[in-house]
Design a protein around this ligand. Structure first.
Ligand SMILES: Cc1cc2nc3c(=O)[nH]c(=O)nc-3n(C[C@H](O)[C@H](O)[C@H](O)COP(=O)(O)OP(=O)(O)OC[C@H]3O[C@@H](n4cnc5c(N)ncnc54)[C@H](O)[C@@H]3O)c2cc1C
Length: 494
C-alpha cells in the first residue's frame, strides 16, 4: 500500500479532511490538479460553527488573524440575521477569503508532516476488495498509486464522482449570476468601505431589485461584485466572463460615480442544485462540493464541506487504525446527507425569494416581516450557520444529545479553560467531575480523553465525539456510558 487514504483535491474540504486524518496518525496523500492556488477566492466567510470547529483544533486564531473583517450578521436571501440567539463564542462571520482559509489548513497539514502534491491530477481508479489503485498524471507523465481508501474532495465537477457513476440528482439552473473581483479607480460614495454587515453588501434595497452587491475586500478600491443576470444561456463557470459585462453592471447601477481600473477575475455561477445519492461507495467517499452543489446563497458551501470533513475524518481514521465499530463509516452518509439536503433546500428557498415576480416580491415582503421575530431569526441563523445541527443519536432524550458541545468555560485542574481547548488532540472527550466515571473510559485511552472538569452545563457528564457532537449525556445515573463508548469508539483496547 502506498498510502492509507488518497484525498483528491486540495481545496478547503480536501485540506480539512487530510488534516483530520494526519492528526489521527493516518498516512494520507493529497493530490491537487493545479500547480498553484488560483487565488480566486470564492467563499469569503467562516460561519459560526466553522469558527467553533477551528477552535476545536486550535486553528481559530490563525484564521482570524488573516481575516479582512468581522461581519456581525448573516443573511437569508439578503435578509439580515443575527446570530445572537445562539450560545456561541463566535456570533458573527469571519470575513476571510477562501484562499487564506486554505493556507491555514495547508500550513497545519504540513506541521503534521503531510505535503499536498500539486500538479497531480487523478485520471481514473480501480477498486479491488481491499484497495484502490489510482492513475494519476503529473508533469512527468502517468503513475499509479495504491491506497486503502480514496476520498473525492475534487469539487463540483468531481472526477471521482463521475468515475463512480453514482446518481447526482437535483435541479437545473434557473438563475445566473456573475462574480468578479474589481479594482475601482472611482468608488461610489454609497459603497461601504468595510464589510461589517450584510447591509454593506446589498445596501438598503429591501427587494434586491438591482441584485448587484459589492463586498469591500480590505484593499483600497478592491471589491467583490456579485450580480444576477437574466441570460437564459448558461455560460460555463470555467468560461471567462468579459470584463465589459462586469463594468456594464456597475455602470448601470452607479453611472458616472464608478470607474473600473481592473477586473482581476470574473466568473459565472448558477443555482444548479444537486446532491449525490450516496456519500460512500465501498472504499470511495465523497465530501464537499463533490457531493453537493447549490447556489452560494447565505455563504454556506465551504462551511458545509468543512463540516463534512470533520464528520468523516475521525471515522475514516478509526477504520484505518483498526478500532472502528461496525457501521461507523456508514454513519458519515447517514448523518451528512440530510444536512446537505437541508442546505440545498434553504438555498432554493433563498433563490425563490430574490425573484422579481410580483408573487415572489409579496412573499419576500412577508418573509422580511416574520424574519424580525426573534424565534424565526434564531431558526434561520441556526440553519445558515450550522449551529442547529442535531444528529439523531440513540439514548434518552436530552437537550445536549446529538448537538454540538457548547464551548463553555470549564474548571480544569484549578484553571478555567474553554471546552474547545480539550479537543486539540482529535480524540473523543469524556467530561465529568466524578473520578469513578472518568475511570470507565480508561480502556479507550488514546481514542477518548477523560478529563475531570467542573462547571458542565445541563449535565453531570458528557461523552463528546472528536467532531464536537455530544453522543452521551450523564445526568446522575450513569447508565449507558459503556454502550456509548462501544458504539462510537469500538471494543475496549485492554
Ligand atoms: C461565486 C461563489 C461564491 C461563494 N461564496 C461562498 C461563501 O461566501 N461561503 C461559503 O461557505 N461558500 C461559498 N461558495 C462555495 C465554496 O466556494 C465551495 O463550496 C468550496 O470551494 C468547496 O470546497 P471543495 O474543497 O469541496 O471544492 P473546491 O474548492 O472546488 O476544491 C476542489 C479542488 O479539487 C481539485 N481537483 C479537481 N479535479 C481534480 C482531479 N481530477 N485531480 C486532482 N485535483 C482535482 C481542484 O483543482 C480544486 O482545487 C461560493 C461559491 C461560488 C461559486
Amino acid at each position: 500500500m502506498d498510502t492509507d487514504v488518497l484525498v483528491i483535491g486540495g481545496g478547503p474540504v480536501g485540506l480539512a479532511l487530510a488534516t483530520e486524518l494526519a492528526l489521527a496518525g493516518v498516512d494520507v496523500g493529497v493530490l491537487e490538479r493545479l500547480t498553484e492556488r488560483s487565488g480566486q477566492s470564492k467563499a469569503l466567510n467562516l460561519q459560526p460553527r466553522t469558527a467553533e470547529v477551528f477552535d476545536l483544533r486550535g486553528l481559530f486564531d490563525r484564521a482570524s488573524s488573516r481575516a479582512m473583517s468581522t461581519v456581525g450578521d448573516g443573511h437569508f436571501s439578503g435578509i439580515p440575521l443575527s446570530y445572537d440567539g445562539w450560545q456561541t463564542r463566535h456570533p458573527y462571520q469571519v470575513g476571510i477569503p477562501q484562499a487564506r482559509t486554505e493556507q491555514v489548513l495547508e500550513e497545519r497539514l504540513a506541521e503534521l508532516g503531510t505535503k499536498i502534491r500539486r500538479g497531480h491530477a487523478l485520471l481514473s481508479f480501480e477498486s479491488t476488495k481491499d484497495s484502490i489503485v489510482a492513475t494519476v498524471r503529473d508533469g512527468d507523465g502517468e503513475y499509479e498509486i495504491r491506497a486503502r481508501y480514496l476520498v473525492g474532495c475534487d469539487g463540483g465537477r468531481s472526477t471521482v464522482r463521475k468515475l463512480l457513476d453514482v446518481p447526482f440528482p437535483g435541479t437545473d439552473p434557473t438563475t445566473y449570476a456573475i462574480v468578479a473581483d474589481v479594482v475601482l479607480s472611482k468608488t461610489p460614495a454609497k459603497l461601504a468601505r468595510q464589510w461589517q454587515s450584510i447591509r454593506d453588501i446589498f445596501g438598503e434595497d429591501p427587494n434586491l431589485q438591482a441584485m448587484t452587491g459589492a463586498i469591500p475586500l480590505g484593499e483600497p478600491g478592491l471589491f467583490r461584485v456579485l450580480a444576477r443576470h437574466s441570460s437564459t444561456e448558461y455560460v460555463d463557470r470555467g468560461t471567462a466572463v468579459p470584463a465589459g459585462l462586469v463594468t456594464g453592471f456597475l455602470k448601470k447601477i452607479h453611472g458616472d460615480e464608478v470607474e473600473v481600473a481592473e477586473v482581476r477575475w470574473a466568473s459565472q455561477f448558477s443555482d444548479t442544485a444537486r446532491q449525490v445519492e450516496r456519500y460512500r461507495v465501498g472504499r470511495v467517499l465523497l465530501a464537499g462540493d463533490a457531493a453537493h452543489i447549490h447556489f452560494p446563497a447565505g455563504g454556506q458551501g465551504l462551511n458545509l464541506g468543512v463540516q463534512d470533513a470533520m464528520n468523516l475524518g475521525w471515522k475514516l481514521a478509526a477504520e484505518i487504525n483498526g478500532w472502528a465499530p461496525a457501521g461507523l463509516l456508514d454513519t458519515y452518509h447517514a448523518e451528512r446527507h440530510p444536512v446537505g439536503e437541508r442546505v440545498i433546500g434553504n438555498t432554493r428557498a433563498q433563490t425563490a425569494l430574490i425573484s422579481q415576480e410580483p408573487t415572489a416580491l409579496a412573499m419576500r415582503a412577508l418573509f422580511r416581516e416574520i424574519a424580525e421575530m426573534p424565534e424565526v431569526n434564531r431558526k434561520l441563523a441556526g440553519m445558515i450557520s450550522g449551529l442547529d445541527i442535531r444528529y439523531p443519536f440513540d439514548g434518552p432524550s436530552h437537550p445536549l444529545l446529538g448537538v454540538r458541545m457548547p464551548d463553555v468555560e470549564l474548571g480544569v485542574e484549578g484553571e478555567t479553560r474553554w471546552a474547545s481547548s480539550l479537543f486539540h488532540s482529535g480524540h473523543g472527550v469524556l467530561l465529568s467531575s466524578a473520578p469513578d466515571l472518568l475511570g470507565l473510559a480508561r480502556p479507550w485511552s488514546g481514542r477518548v480523553d477523560a478529563v475531570a472538569v467542573t462547571g458542565l452545563p445541563e449535565a453531570a457528564a458528557v461523552l463528546v465525539r472528536p467532531d464536537g457532537y455530544v453522543c452521551w449525556v450523564g445526568t446522575g445515573e450513569e447508565t449507558g456510558l459503556d454502550t456509548a463508548l462501544r458504539t462510537w469508539f469500538g471494543h475496549p483496547a485492554v
